[in-house]
Design a protein around this ligand. Structure first.
Ligand SMILES: [Zn+2]
Length: 94
């Protein structure tokens, strides 16, 4: 089965964190489109396949999604272009 296709469901994404110790609340990660790969704190987005790791406890899953994968169609549908633009403007690395 295609793992990424299954992970289109919030429940499936949340379940992927069952055996993982993650610095971020799994419900917040799952809501933002991420599921656990099972490798440390590495997560992937079911839609854009964007991977993120090295999470800090204060980080927000939606903000990190927008920072690193601003073209993700799930992100844009859920949060809107303005949210993504604001995150991109805040990012001092750009
Ligand atoms: Zn994405």
């Amino acid at each position: 089965a295609n793992v990424r296709a299954q992970m289109g469901s919030y429940e499936e994404r949340l379940a992927s964190f069952a055996a993982v110790q993650h610095p971020i609340d799994p419900e917040r990660l799952a809501r933002a489109g991420f599921y656990s790969t099972g490798a440390r704190d590495m997560v992937l987005c079911f839609r854009c396949d964007g991977g993120l790791k090295g999470w800090q406890p204060e980080e927000d899953p939606w903000e990190e999604h927008a920072k690193h994968y601003p073209g993700c169609s799930f992100l844009l549908a859920e949060k809107g272009q303005e949210f993504v633009n604001n995150i991109q403007l805040q990012d001092p690395r750009r």
